[in-house]
Design a protein around this ligand. Structure first.
Ligand code: 5RP
Length: 291
């Protein structure tokens, strides 16, 4: 029953004070609806940036260096990431369900590395499982320019349709097949194309003239790490990417195969969120890896 006595009469309506302007810290998402925005806010910190830790390699590569024991590796790394990118199998196996990190759920199933052409993927996780697993976004791999281009774009638009129905953003992943070029022209085309088809976040590789790519892409771009390079090079790439308009990184092997993955992730955090120069973060990495 309503409590008439305890119901203090409201009077402070702030008449004449304008409500604060509605702003949203994720590029291009000001007009998205609330559910979508709250999930994007799980992924992107208040500074508009994110550190995604990718450990979904097993779905095409099987057991990879650094990821032999998901159950031992991931729990010690996850607290230093903003978002965990993984398959549903890996999540169930090694991420405790009380984990409060954003989840980028790998939602395509693609050919394994044993096949020459990996571009003929299918949707491997439906929207119901993405909801059940409380995904912050659904990742769909797209092969622009490859044999399976249209099929992979179909996977993307079907997933965007489903995501729009339930407020779950889609991460469009620009895949580069063995024979495909890694030029500014290619990445500019692929990133823009995926965003126009409705992807809310784009993952792509860093390349020359990267600022042209981020400028022409209406949604946030995160860079993939790619094959393992020396730690300082990886930190420099992350620094250049965010200086040229990227919203963060989605790195796997350059963290997982570092001499000290925890120290590497902490060093990446210094670059992405704390304004550190790569050399400074690398110095800190060297000290941290001795701890
Ligand atoms: C493949 C992916 C993977 O998540 C990514 O390749 C893993 O990260 P890294 O390349 O940094 O090891 O999106 O397209």
């Amino acid at each position: 029953m309503a409590d008439k006595e305890g119901n203090i009469i409201a009077k402070d309506y702030g008449i004449g004070i304008k409500p604060p302007a509605q702003t949203f810290h994720v590029k291009g998402m000001g007009h998205a609806e609330w559910g979508m925005k709250t999930r994007l806010s799980q992924i992107f910190a208040a500074d508009g940036r994110t550190i995604m830790l990718a450990f979904d390699h097993g779905y095409i590569m099987g057991s990879t260096a650094g990821l032999e024991r998901l159950d031992l590796v991931i729990p010690q790394l996850m607290k230093y990431a903003d978002c965990l990118m993984a398959t549903r199998g890996a999540l169930r196996a090694c991420v405790p369900p009380d984990c409060r990190k954003a989840i980028a759920l790998r939602c395509t199933a693609d050919n394994s590395v044993l096949k020459d052409d990996m571009s003929h993927g299918v949707i491997g996780v439906g929207i119901e499982d993405a909801i059940r697993m409380n995904a912050s976004c659904m990742a769909v791999q797209c092969f622009v320019g490859a044999d399976g281009e249209l099929g992979s774009l179909n996977n993307l638009v079907r997933t965007v349709d489903a995501g729009e129905r339930y407020g779950i953003p889609v991460l469009g992943v620009v895949a580069v097949g063995k024979e495909m070029e890694r030029t500014t022209r290619y990445f500019a085309l692929a990133t823009r194309l995926l965003s126009e088809l409705g992807a809310h976040i784009i993952k792509t590789y860093y390349c020359e003239n990267f600022e042209q790519i981020t400028a022409a892409c209406p949604v946030p771009i995160v860079i993939a790490g790619g094959k393992k390079v020396p730690e300082l090079d990886a930190l420099q790439m992350a620094y250049r990417a965010i200086s040229e308009g990227a919203a963060g990184v989605d790195m796997g092997r350059n963290v997982l195969q570092a001499e000290s993955p925890v120290a590497m992730l902490k060093a990446i955090r210094m670059v992405i969120h704390e304004g550190a120069k790569p050399e400074e973060a690398y110095k800190a990495y060297q000290l941290m890896k001795e701890d």
